[in-house]
Each structure stands twice: as C-alpha cells, then as structure tokens.
Design a protein around this ligand. Structure first.
Ligand code: C5P
Length: 225
C-alpha cells in the first residue's frame, strides 16, 4: 500500500483543487473520489437508470475506469474521458442519490484502493469518507471546512458565474442541501474521521491552505525532502 493523504470535507470546501496542488508539491498522484461517484451518476443518467435497484444491480457492469494519466487518475466511461462531463449540473444534482447506494460505494471503494497501489509514490485522495472508510490507515487525514457563503462564492467564481448576493444565497442553499444528504445517509456518511486535522479555510487564501497541508505532510512523511 502506498503513502496516503486523505482530504475529506463538505461540498465546495476546495478539496479537489487543494488535493491536486498538494499532490503536485509532494510528487504524489491525485485521486478524486467525487469524480468517480459523478462518473457513476453520469453513466446512470446516460443509460436512463433512474431506480436505485437498477443502478445497484449494474454497478459492477458499468464500463467505468480510472486511468492513470501523468499525475492524476482520470475517470473514463467506455474509454472516453469524462472529467469535464461529470461537472455538469444535472450530474451534480443526481450524484448524492447514486452515492448513497451501497453497491455503488463498494464498486468505487474497490477502484480507489486498486488505483492507490498504482501510484508511484503515493496518493492524495479527496472525498467524504476517505479517512473514515476507504483509507482508515492513511498517514495524514485532513478535514477541510469553510463557511457556506464562502464556499458558494469560490464555487461561483471558479465556474465563471456572477458572484452577487442572490447567487451566493442560492449556491449556499444547494451546497448545504447536498451536505445534508451526504451527512444523513446510512452508508459512509460525511464525518470528520478520527485523527483528522480540521482545517477551516474561510479566511485563508488558497496558497496558505496548500502550504499548511504540505507542511503537515512533510512531518508525516519524513522521507520526503
Ligand atoms: O466532491 P464532489 O462534489 O465531486 O462529490 C460529489 C458527490 O459524490 C458528493 O456530493 C457525494 O454524494 C459523493 N461522494 C461520496 N463519497 C466520497 C466522495 C464523493 O459520497 N468519498
């Protein structure tokens, strides 16, 4: 098993962008578990599988793969790169439903653990249950949080949308609704894993949160220079 940094947290807390930057700094590979849940949601939408039972029955048969490309794992459906398509709003709206199905979670967890063994040095994996379920023995666990309006603001500007008060309120509501669905589900809910370092990034700039985690990683992995 390779070295693992686990980054968990609510929607829009900056996990993926942070994980990618930290992976780059450490020479590790970025493993975005949310992108994989999104790929399952996208595949279900494309195949018009709208019932949980039908999705669960097909979870293992869906042609979803993680392909190691340079310094990250890329989600593919039937050999097609879907890293952009999985960001579609209809996928975002559907993903919590699909991610609550135990058969989907089992399939994703298998793929994440297999992927980690392929990373040359180690992985920085981000999601909701990485430190609690997928890699409970991770060398470093981070729980990334930020105030909802701040998360909404970052999300809107990242997507190039207007950042006015009404948009912030609407985006906050959407993030909080998804958090509630992710935290209240029966299987592997969003929680702060035991032993995780809680990092509130509300007043931090991006470079600062990356530096903080890189510093913690250098302590956790003394072999890194
Ligand atoms: O992180 P991202 O917003 O891409 O995650 C999309 C969705 O995938 C989350 O809202 C959640 O329902 C699900 N997810 C999960 N467990 C993870 C990562 C993501 O349930 N480890």
């Amino acid at each position: 098993v390779s070295a693992v940094v686990a980054i968990d947290g609510p929607a829009g807390s900056g996990k993926s962008t942070t994980a990618r930057a930290v992976a780059g700094r450490l020479g590790f590979t970025h493993l975005d578990s949310g992108a994989l849940y999104r790929a399952f949601a996208l595949a279900a939408l494309e195949r018009e599988l709208d019932e949980g039972e039908r999705i669960a029955a097909l979870a293992d048969a869906l042609p979803i793969r993680l392909d190691l490309v340079d310094d990250r794992f890329r989600p593919e459906i039937a050999g097609v790169d879907v890293s952009q398509a999985v960001r579609r709003p209809d996928v975002t709206a559907r993903v919590s439903f699909v991610a609550a199905l135990p058969a989907v979670r089992a399939a994703v967890n298998r793929m994440l653990r297999a992927a980690a063994t392929l990373a040359p040095l180690g992985v920085v994996a981000d999601g909701r249950d990485i430190g609690s379920v997928v890699f409970p023995d991770a060398d470093l666990k981070i729980f990334l949080v930020a105030a909802a309006p701040e998360r909404a603001r970052r999300r809107l500007s990242q997507e190039g949308r207007a950042v006015d008060e009404a948009s912030i309120r609407r985006a906050s509501r959407e993030l909080l609704a998804r958090d509630a669905r992710d935290a209240e589900r029966a299987h592997a809910p969003l929680v702060q894993p035991p032993g995780a370092v809680r990092l509130d990034t509300t007043g931090m700039v991006f470079a600062e949160q990356v530096e903080t985690i890189v510093g913690l990683a250098r302590n956790a992995f003394p072999q890194l220079t």
